[in-house]
Design a protein around this ligand. Structure first.
Ligand SMILES: Cc1cc2nc3c(=O)[nH]c(=O)nc-3n(C[C@H](O)[C@H](O)[C@H](O)COP(=O)(O)OP(=O)(O)OC[C@H]3O[C@@H](n4cnc5c(N)ncnc54)[C@H](O)[C@@H]3O)c2cc1C
Length: 398
C-alpha cells in the first residue's frame, strides 16, 4: 500500500444510524484514533424513523432535530455523496465511485438496506421508494402540491407514510395484500382495530391487491393492480420492504447468509472487518442467529461495534425491540410478530393489549405490546422463560 492515500484507524462504509452510533462507541474507548465515514447519502447521519412519523405528526419536532451531529460530537471525517464500490482486503483499502482509494486499519460495513421497488418509469420523481431524507423532502413537496397519493404496501413504511399523508390533509390511498390491514402480523381482532385507525383517519384502503407496475400517462400515474384494475394518482410511494445492501461484502468474499455473518463481537470472518445494523446476521442470546432491520438494533449494535473495534471484549448481548406508530397508536415488539404463529391476545383494557406469538410446542417466540409502555424487559423475559401454560403467559405482562 502506498503512503499517498489517506488511511483511517477506523473507516466506516455507510453514513446512517449505525455509522453515528459506531463513531460514538469508538470514542468511548479511543479519543484519539482517526475515524472516516464514507456515505452515499446526501445528508449527514440522521434519525431515520422521524422521516415517516414525527416530522409529519409532531409540530414541535423540526428539521434541526433530525441530524445526529456525528461529526461535531465525535470528530469523524465524513464524506457525503461517496459510494464505495470495492473493498480490497489484501491491501486494506476501499475504492470509491470516482476511483479514489481510502485505507483502513479497522473497517466497519454499515450499508443498511435498500428499498424494494416495482417496474416504473425510470427517473420519474413523482414515484418514491421511500428511505432517505431526500425522499422525505421530495414527498413533502409532492404532498404540498395537492392531488392524490397512492401508497403501495401495508408494512411499516407504507402504513406510516399513508397515516402521515392523511394527517396532513393529503388525499391518500393505500394498496396492500392482506384482507385486513395488518392481518399478517396481528390477530384478527387487533388487525380490525388497526385498520379502523386508517379508515377513521381518512385513508382509502384497497385490500387484497398487489401493485404490479406503475405507468405514467401525461400528468397522471397509474398503479396497475394484479387483477388488471388501475388506480390513478399524482404521486406514488412504494413501501414494499427493503433488502440488506451486501454487494460489497459478497464481492469481498466475506461470509454471508441472510446478511453479513458476524460473531458475538460483531466481527466478520476477516479480523479487520466488522459489520452491524440492517446488514448484520448476529448471534442473539434470545432469538438465535438473526438479522434485524430496526432502529434499536442499529443504535445498540452500532455503539457496541464501535467499542468492539476499539478493543472492547465484552460480547454483544442486546436483544432489540422494534416499534411503529400510526394515528397515535404505538406498538412495540420483541421477537417474531407473525399472525401465523398461534397468537394469544390478552386484552388489558383502554386499548391496551399484549399478544404472545407461539411456536408448535406452545412456547412464546414473540411478544407484541399494543399501547403498553415500559414492558420491553418483561417481554424479553417471556421469551427467555419459554413458558407454555396459557394461564402463566396471561399473567406475565399486565
Ligand atoms: C422511513 C423509515 C422509518 C423507520 N422507522 C422505524 C421505526 O419506527 N422503528 C424501527 O424500529 N425502525 C425503523 N426504521 C428502520 C431503521 O431506521 C433502520 O433499521 C436503521 O436506519 C438501520 O441503520 P443502518 O445504519 O444499518 O442503515 P441506514 O440507516 O440505512 O444507513 C445505511 C447508510 O449506508 C449508505 N450506503 C449504502 N451503501 C453504501 C456504499 N456502497 N458506499 C457508501 N455508503 C453506502 C447509505 O447511503 C446510508 O447512509 C425505519 C426506516 C426507515 C427508512
Amino acid at each position: 500500500m502506498g503512503d499517498d492515500i489517506t488511511t483511517y484507524d477506523y473507516l466506516i462504509i455507510g453514513g446512517g444510524m449505525v455509522a453515528d452510533a459506531a463513531a460514538r462507541g469508538i470514542r468511548e474507548r479511543d479519543t484519539a484514533g482517526t475515524i472516516g465515514i464514507l456515505s452515499a447519502d446526501t445528508d449527514e447521519p440522521y434519525t431515520r424513523p422521524a422521516l415517516s412519523k414525527k416530522l409529519w405528526t409532531d409540530p414541535d419536532f423540526t428539521w434541526d432535530q433530525v441530524p445526529l451531529n456525528t461529526v461535531a460530537d465525535t470528530g469523524a471525517e465524513l464524506r457525503l455523496n461517496t459510494l464505495v464500490t470495492r473493498i480490497d482486503r489484501f491491501s486494506r483499502a476501499v475504492e470509491t465511485g470516482d476511483g479514489e482509494l481510502v485505507g483502513y486499519r479497522r473497517l466497519l460495513l454499515a450499508t443498511g438496506s435498500t428499498p424494494r421497488t416495482i417496474p416504473a418509469p425510470e427517473g420519474d420523481d413523482r414515484i418514491l421508494a421511500f428511505r432517505s431524507a431526500e425522499d422525505y423532502r421530495r414527498l413533502r413537496e409532492l404532498a404540498e402540491r395537492g392531488g392524490r397519493i397512492i401508497v403501495v404496501g401495508g408494512g411499516y413504511i407504507g402504513t406510516e407514510i399513508a397515516a402521515a399523508l392523511a394527517q396532513n390533509g393529503v388525499e391518500t390511498e393505500l394498496v396492500f395484500a392482506d384482507a385486513t390491514l395488518g392481518a399478517s402480523q396481528f390477530p384478527p381482532a387487533l388487525a380490525e382495530r388497526y385498520e379502523k385507525l386508517f379508515v377513521d383517519g381518512g385513508v382509502d384502503l384497497v385490500p387484497v391487491r398487489r401493485v404490479e407496475e406503475i405507468r405514467a400517462e401525461g400528468n397522471v400515474l397509474h398503479a396497475v393492480l394484479d387483477d388488471g384494475q388501475e388506480r390513478a394518482g399524482d404521486a406514488v410511494v412504494i413501501g414494499l420492504g427493503a433488502d440488506p445492501v451486501v454487494d460489497l461484502a459478497v464481492a469481498a468474499e466475506l461470509a454471508i447468509d441472510d446478511g453479513v455473518l458476524v460473531d458475538e463481537h460483531l466481527l466478520t470472518n476477516d479480523r479487520s472487518i466488522w459489520a452491524a445494523g440492517d446488514i448484520a446476521e448476529y448471534p442473539d442470546p434470545i432469538l438465535g442467529r438473526t438479522r434485524v432491520e430496526h432502529v434499536d438494533n442499529a443504535n445498540e449494535m452500532g455503539e457496541a461495534v464501535g467499542r468492539s473495534m476499539a478493543g472492547e471484549e465484552t460480547p454483544y448481548s442486546h436483544t432489540p425491540y422494534f416499534y411503529s406508530q400510526v394515528f397515535g397508536t404505538r406498538w412495540e415488539a420483541v421477537g417474531t410478530v407473525d399472525a401465523s404463529c398461534d397468537p394469544l391476545t390478552v386484552d388489558l383494557g383502554d386499548d391496551r393489549a399484549v399478544v404472545y406469538y407461539r411456536d408448535a410446542s406452545g412456547a412464546p417466540v414473540g411478544v407484541l405490546l399494543w399501547n403498553v409502555e415500559d414492558a420491553r424487559d418483561l417481554a424479553r423475559a417471556v421469551l427467555v422463560d419459554r413458558e407454555t401454560s396459557e394461564d402463566a403467559l396471561r399473567a406475565r405482562i399486565r
